[in-house]
Design a protein around this ligand. Sequence first.
Ligand code: TUI
Length: 314
Amino acid sequence: MLKTALCHLLGIDHPIIQGGMAWVSDARLASAVSNAGGLGIIAAGNASPEYVENQIRLARTLTDKPFGVNVMLMSPQSDEVAKIISAQRVPVVTTGAGSPAPYMASWLENGIKVIPVIPSVAISMRMERLGATAVIAEGGESGGHVGELSTMALLPQVCSAVKIQVVAAGGIGDGRGLAAALMLGATGVQLGTRFICAKECGVHQNYKDKIIKASDTSTITTGKTIGLVRSLKTPFSRRFSRLESDGVSKEELESLGAGALRLAATIGDKDNGCFMAGQIAGLVDKEQTSLEIIEELLLEAEALLSSAGKWLEQ
Ligand code: TUI
């Protein structure tokens, strides 16, 4: 049985976190993952504080296991969302796309475990100093807003730099990725793209179908001047990319980007949607329940880890 320090830290059975994905991961997906023994995460994204509060309440009716909320720190609503999380005493908070410093004390005082997603060693050290419970080191293979470093390079450097636990994210889609992340020093993994294709994930079917059809080279990053975002190559991302190289203003690019993820997730808009996904999309070939995904990952990783001694035999 695969057990790591992360299981003990978070009170979960398996060291697998479902990444918070704006417009994609809601209470239904998060509770399915938590019921399967992982840690499910509700994404606040740009949603209203009322939506987030309702989702937290809904999750509590669907699972009695720990779950988390992800706060996207670029959201203008994050102050209000942060307060709701403190009041609701959500078991775990993950943060992305900025520094959670303003909210850290309140969350920790309320007994909330705070796990920032970080793209570099310097930021991981800053988060440790601020009192973070653990960090999620996310390489640029991941979908959505990404840093510059790959998981393979970032993860061992973060593990060497901090004493708190490190969870690996970016480019992990199966048990091989889980086993490799443990070898690099992580105590668990976070997966986003694979959980988009979970049966309990309510995104539009077009989003799931696009990921299932994707290959290794199906994603692209855009937005070098306004923050890199990785998404599937679509008419939207190609258009965005072209405008960017034509030198269109930051403001125009921002307004073009705003809302495009929502269009992809809610109505599956193939022309105007931004289908954020990681480079591992080519590995995802079917819809499965969250339980099937987690069980498959564990079986693969356990087989690999238990036979790893073969590399040392004469
Ligand atoms: O946040 C993510 N991925 C995301 S957020 C998102 S929503 C969005 N929608 C439209 C445009 C842009 C975003 C979609 N995907 N991953 C975690 C992550 N966090 N990646 C990078 C960071 C990060 C960056 C800077 C974390 C901290 C940071 O600075 C902290 C500091 O101390 O300055």
